[in-house]
Ligand binder design. Structure first.
Ligand code: HEM
Length: 424
C-alpha cells in the first residue's frame, strides 16, 4: 500500500478483505467466520480487537438496538478503524485556516451519521423534510439529462472509455450539485475538488488541499444561500423553520456529509454494478431482453455487491449479549454487509446473482434510525444510469482483462479504481 492508500484504508487483515479472484464475493476468510458464528472476535493489523457481525439477523439487531452508539468518535477503539474522511476534511480546513486540527477533530456539528438520538433525530428530520416528492421528481429528470449527456460524450469520443472517470464519478457528483444548489459556473470547480479529494493517485498534500478547498467551497455556498435563497436543499434548510436555526457549521457539515455519503457510494455501485453485469453474460442478456427488470436488478446488485463492505460500525455503550457472545461496554462492532447480504437463512442461493429476485430485503442501505437517507435518489441514479448505459452502448464489454482491473480492496467504499470498456 502506498502512503495515500493508508490514509483511507481500514486496518483489516487481508483475509477479511475483498480480493481479485472473485471481485464480487466476500473473501473465504469472512465466509469461514460466518460459518462458525454470526458474531466473531477479530484482531486488526494495528492490534485493536473488534467484533465482526456476519449474520443477517444479528446485523439488524445491532442497527436497531440503542445500546449500540454510532458516535464512534468518542471511542478510542472505534477510532482505530479509520481516520474519518469527513472529519479529516474539517481538520484539513482548520489547518488551512491556521486553526487547531486536534480541536476541530472533536467537532461534528452536523454530521448526524455519527450521532445518536435525540441529537441525530432533530438534524435528520430537517434533512428528510428537504427530500420532498416534488424535489425528487425534478432531480429524476436531471439525473436522466446528466446521464444521457455523459454517455453521448463517451460515444462521441469512443469507442472506448474509462467508465469510472467518464460516467460513474461525475453523475452522482453533479446530482449532489443539483440537490445543494451549486451554480452552473461553479460546478467544474466543485467536481474537480471532489475528484481530487478522493483520488488515490493524488499525493496526500494534493488531497488534503482539495478537501480543505471543498470545505471552503461549502462555506461560501452556505453564505451565498443565506443572502440569495433559491429552490435548493441548502436554501430550504437556511430559510426553513428549524428551531433553533441551523448554524453555519451545521449547514456546512450537512452539505459535506451528503457529498461524502452520496458520491463514492453511488459511483462505485454504478461501476461495480456494470462490471458485475458484464461478468454475468446470461443475466446481462436477460436485462437487455427485458428492460422492465431494472428495478429488481438494481436491488439485486445492491444485495450482491455491498460497496460498503466494512461497516456500518457501532460501539457498545453497555455490556450486552449479541448472538452467542457477550460484548463488553466500549467494544466496537463492525457489520459485514457482504456477509449479512448473503446469509443463507435469508435468501435461497445467496451467492447467485439473480436479477429477477423479489422480496429482496437486503441491508445495503443499512437499517434502523440511520438507514440511508439518500436511498431513493441512489436508486434513481442506478436505474437510469445502468438502463441508459445498456440502451446506448450496444455490445458494451470490458476493454481489459479482469486481472488488470484495480479493486478498491482496503478502501472504506469498495469498487473499482477504473473500468476500461468498449462497445460496438
Ligand atoms: C446512511 C449506503 C447513497 C445519504 C447510509 C447508510 C448506509 C448507506 C449503509 C447507513 C450508515 C450507518 O448505519 O452508519 C448507501 C449506498 C448508497 C448510498 C450503498 C449508494 C448506492 C446515498 C446518497 C445520499 C446518501 C445518494 C445522499 C445524497 C446518506 C445519509 C446517511 C446515509 C445522509 C446518514 C443517515 C443517518 O445517519 O441518519 N447510506 N448510501 N446516501 N446515507 Fe447513504
Amino acid at each position: 500500500a502506498t502512503d495515500s492508500d493508508r490514509l483511507i484504508q481500514r486496518p483489516l487483515p487481508p483475509e477479511l478483505l475483498m480480493r481479485g479472484d472473485d471481485p464480487f464475493s466476500p473473501p473465504p476468510g469472512l465466509d469461514r467466520l460466518h460459518e462458525r458464528a454470526a458474531v466473531s472476535p477479530v484482531e486488526l493489523l494495528n492490534g485493536a480487537r473488534i467484533w465482526m457481525v456476519t449474520g443477517f439477523a444479528e446485523s439488524r439487531a445491532v442497527l436497531t438496538d440503542e445500546r449500540f452508539s454510532a458516535d464512534t468518535h468518542r471511542h478510542p477503539n472505534a477510532m482505530q478503524l479509520t481516520p474519518n474522511q469527513v472529519v479529516e476534511q474539517r481538520a484539513a480546513a482548520a489547518a488551512g485556516r491556521g486553526g487547531c486540527p486536534a480541536t476541530e477533530q472533536q467537532r461534528t456539528d452536523g454530521l448526524f451519521i455519527f450521532m445518536d438520538p435525540p441529537e441525530q433525530t432533530r438534524l435528520r428530520r430537517l434533512l428528510v423534510g428537504q427530500f420532498t416528492v416534488r424535489r425528487m421528481r425534478a432531480l429524476e429528470a436531471r439525473v436522466r439529462e446528466i446521464t444521457v449527456e455523459h454517455i453521448e460524450a463517451m460515444r462521441a469520443a469512443g469507442p472506448r472509455a474509462d467508465l469510472v472517470s467518464a460516467f460513474a464519478l461525475p453523475l452522482p457528483s453533479l446530482v449532489i450539485c443539483e440537490l445543494l444548489g451549486v451554480a452552473y459556473e461553479d460546478r467544474a470547480e466543485f467536481q474537480e475538488r471532489s475528484a481530487v479529494a478522493v483520488n488515490l493517485d493524488a499525493s496526500d498534500e494534493e488531497r488534503l488541499h482539495a478537501q480543505a478547498g471543498l470545505y471552503e467551497f461549502m462555506r461560501g455556498l452556505v453564505a451565498d444561500k443565506r443572502t440569495h435563497p433559491a429552490d435548493d436543499l441548502i436554501s430550504g434548510l437556511v430559510h426553513g423553520d428549524a428551531d433553533p436555526a441551523l448554524t453555519d457549521e451545521e449547514l456546512v457539515d450537512l452539505s459535506t456529509m451528503l457529498l461524502g455519503a452520496g458520491h463514492e457510494t453511488t459511483a462505485n455501485m454504478l461501476a461495480l454494478g456494470t462490471y458485475a453485469l458484464l461478468e454475468h453474460p446470461e443475466q446481462l442478456a436477460a436485462l437487455r431482453a427485458d428492460p422492465g427488470l431494472i428495478d429488481t436488478a438494481v436491488e439485486e446488485l445492491l444485495r450482491y455487491l455491498s460497496v460498503i463492505h466494512t461497516g456500518p460500525v457501532r460501539v457498545a455503550v453497555e455490556d450486552l449479549v449479541l448472538g452467542d457472545v457477550t460484548i463488553p461496554a466500549g467494544d466496537t462492532v463492525m457489520i459485514s454487509l457482504p456477509e449479512a447480504n448473503r446469509d443463507t437463512g435469508q435468501w435461497p442461493d445467496p451467492a447467485e446473482l439473480d436479477l429477477t429476485r423479489v422480496r429482496n430485503h437486503h441491508l445495503a442501505f443499512g437499517h434502523g434510525v440511520h438507514q440511508c437517507l439518500g436511498q431513493q435518489l441512489a436508486r434513481v441514479e442506478l436505474r437510469i444510469g445502468l438502463a441508459e448505459l445498456l440502451a446506448r452502448l450496444p455490445g458494451l464489454r470490458l476493454d481489459a482483462s479482469p486481472a488488470d482491473i484495480g479493486l478498491r480492496t482496503g478502501m472504506i467504499i469498495y469498487g473499482v479504481h477504473s473500468l476500461p470498456v468498449t462497445w460496438d
